[in-house]
Design a protein around this ligand. Structure first.
Ligand SMILES: [Zn+2]
Length: 232
């Protein structure tokens, strides 16, 4: 759309857009689209898009060995930070996930094919998926979307009842250390604390803290921010 907009605007003559041919601009656009990162804050709220040449060489896996985050300081461009989330041998490849890896294999493969033009053959996609995983994902998705509505409407006890079993589902469906899982554990911990189960709340908060200790690094600015948000 951008390309045809530029061309149709008459900004350039002779089929050229600022010195590039339209196919060259399309090629450039696709390269940017496929290699850019969504820059997000520690709570994974998107803030914009960034290009990081070295990090863009990292391949995708639905069972990633690393996660990326961003250092955000006022008056400076965000840097990307990639941390491993599992022990790696010196020659092992660091991978990250280009998408939410919680979903079933079929939807992951379909998304990656459409968005990135490759068929995922990572260790998680290379083996048949148990039907129970898909049904667990459906249950988790339904619980998450129902709870968002309930929380928006102030129905916190119903939200807790809906989310109470989800920490175990996250354990089943995601890598051990994964930021989205950490956030969800914190959310359930807050609800448990609100309704008096301080023991369960502390247990979930501790698990969430472990997730972010690995993903962000204890003592980092992002770790401090996310821990502040967890108790806020
Ligand atoms: Zn995969």
């Amino acid at each position: 759309m951008v390309v045809s907009g530029l061309h149709a605007s008459g900004l350039c003559a002779g089929g050229l857009v600022c010195g590039f041919t339209v196919p060259e601009v399309k090629d450039l656009f696709c390269r940017i689209n496929q290699n850019s990162f969504t820059v997000a804050d520690p709570e994974i709220q998107p803030l914009g898009v960034g290009m990081y040449l070295l990090a863009s060489a990292i391949n995708h896996s639905c069972a990633p060995s690393g996660v990326s985050s961003f250092s955000l300081f006022r008056f400076s461009l965000p840097s990307i930070i990639v941390r491993t989330i599992s022990p790696l041998l010196p020659s092992a490849e660091v991978t990250t996930s280009y998408m939410d890896v919680v979903g079933p294999r079929e939807s992951r493969v379909s998304y990656l094919g459409e968005a990135y033009n490759f068929e995922c053959s990572c260790p998680a996609c290379g083996v048949p998926e148990a039907p129970s995983r898909t049904s667990l994902y459906v249950k988790l998705s339904e619980a998450r979307s129902r709870s968002v509505e309930m929380i928006d409407e102030g129905r916190f006890e119903e939200a807790l009842n809906t989310l109470r079993q989800t920490p175990e589902m996250w354990e089943e469906l995601t890598p051990e250390y994964f930021p989205v899982k950490g956030l969800e554990l914190f959310k359930v911990a807050k609800l448990e604390a609100s309704f008096g189960d301080m023991g369960r709340a502390a247990e979930l908060r501790r698990k969430g803290e472990e997730v972010f200790e690995v993903c962000y690094g204890r003592g980092s600015v992002n770790f401090e921010k996310i821990m502040k948000a967890a108790v806020g």
